[in-house]
Write a protein that binds this ligand. Structure first.
Ligand code: HDL
Ligand code: ZN
Length: 416
């Protein structure tokens, strides 16, 4: 074991910090939209404060029922959240800290705690310029959206053939199709797809046509669905049949990856609405089965339960058509990002996409990537320091090469 000079260790850490700080990121899963999508694009301090993560945290303190909270205006909700989580107690949670990181990186005086002055700043922004500023501050050069044909606000945008900012790429989100088939049938029929509740041969062909049409309409980068902890496959259910007869054949035919986001328990507390979802440990066997039995399909997988992470890494060691990504939702916290990233680098080397932002509010790109870059850079530097102790000397170019692969390169190679 070579004794590594302190100066060499510092040089390694500096090189990694620079490479990660300068990396141009592809954010492979978000819920943000370009201005052309109208009110689907959320931005500014009141949207930052009413992020559903902060609503859940606020409801733990305030003595008003959720039903009453939902009657408040967005501004009144933001005022209550600001008072409750930021002024009446220190904002130490990751979601609270994120708001402050964003304000700070935008050049606002966080120490002033002056919500009205922050509101005045955002009111002065033109959204077109502001999108550029957010992407620049976040160091992001493209984002993959979450695009749901069954969303009544979003669907018309696609039928209007609106052209929009090429930094925003689409992912065809299939929850409406796969997780609520009975509701999907009338909509599909309204759009001219002659489907029946009974998934017979004609329905299979029509759903395949629906998928092909939307992949083309969106120029979708991948197909995605969120799945419960109870997800099993194969399964004699509408979801099981639709995945095996429609999604997988079209994914293979188009070579679009099938992104499975597994482990969400929807509406554990319905009164909290979007903030009411929870997490459960899912079956890694379903991932192994799919990767093993559909070797000409490509699977992007992220799992929501911390308890699934190690077995997901091991599964990825067995199947090259499995690409692991992100520290999703309840995992997107410094202590867990650190743990999961170390586990992944140790088991999978650089063959992962360690993070996505899941940003719902445009400005969140700034904090979600500031926080994650710091953690991922620290873990990566530790790994190069471990290498240095063997006598291996990694060059600056090699560090930049490795970092580029983690922050988008691996993803685009997998997608192609
Ligand atoms: O299903 C998903 O894509 C999740 O990310 C949900 O949108 C969730 O509400 C969320 O925003 N998590 O960060
Ligand atoms: Zn998401």
């Amino acid at each position: 074991m070579a004794e590594v000079p302190h100066a060499r260790l510092e040089a390694i850490r500096d090189s990694v910090s620079r490479a990660v700080a300068n990396a141009k990121i592809t954010d492979i899963h978000t819920h943000i939209y370009p201005p052309e999508f109208g009110e689907l694009l959320l931005w500014g301090i009141d949207e930052l404060l009413t992020y559903h993560y902060l609503i859940a945290e606020t409801m733990r303190y305030v003595d008003i029922p959720p039903e009453r909270f939902w009657t408040l205006t967005k501004r009144a909700q933001a005022d209550l959240i600001w008072k409750t989580l930021f002024l009446e107690r220190s904002p130490i949670s990751e979601s609270c800290r994120g708001v402050l990181t964003t304000l700070d990186r935008l050049g606002l005086d966080v120490s002033a705690r002056d919500l009205d002055s922050y509101r005045r700043f955002f009111a002065e922004q033109s959204i077109e310029d502001y999108v550029d500023r957010v992407f620049e501050l976040a160091g992001v050069d493209s984002v993959i959206m979450t695009n749901d044909p069954f969303d009544d606000l979003e669907c018309p945008v696609w039928f209007a053939n609106t052209s929009f900012d090429s930094r925003f790429r689409a992912a065809l989100r299939m929850d409406g199709l796969l997780n609520s088939w009975q509701t999907a049938v009338p909509k599909l029929r309204e759009w001219g797809y002659m489907v029946n509740n009974d998934i017979n041969a004609e329905t299979v062909e029509e759903v395949r046509r629906f998928l092909r049409d939307w992949i083309e309409r969106m120029n979708a980068v991948y197909l995605a669905v969120s799945l419960p902890p109870s997800f099993v496959f194969p399964e004699n259910s509408p979801r099981g049949k639709l995945i095996s007869e429609c999604v997988l054949p079209v994914a293979v035919e188009t070579q679009k990856p099938f992104a499975m986001m597994i482990g969400v328990k929807k509406l554990t507390n319905p009164s909290l609405r979007l903030a009411g979802d929870s997490v459960g440990k899912a079956s890694i066997e379903v991932v192994e089965y799919l990767c093993s039995n559909y070797q000409d399909a490509k699977f992007l997988v992220t799992m929501l339960s911390r308890e699934n992470q190690h077995e997901l890494c091991v599964a990825a060691r067995k199947f090259r058509n499995l690409h692991v990504f992100g520290c999703w939702w309840f995992l997107n916290n410094p202590s867990i990002i650190d743990e999961i990233t170390r586990m992944r680098f140790e088991l999978l080397g650089l063959s992962v996409t360690p993070q996505h932002s899941d940003a719902r509010v445009l400005d969140q790109l700034i904090y979600k990537w500031a926080h994650s870059r710091e953690i991922i850079a620290n873990v990566l530097a530790d790994k190069y320091v471990d290498l240095a102790a063997t006598g291996w000397r990694v060059t600056e170019d090699e560090i930049r090469r490795d970092v580029a692969s983690l922050f988008g390169g691996n993803f685009w190679n997998f997608v192609r």
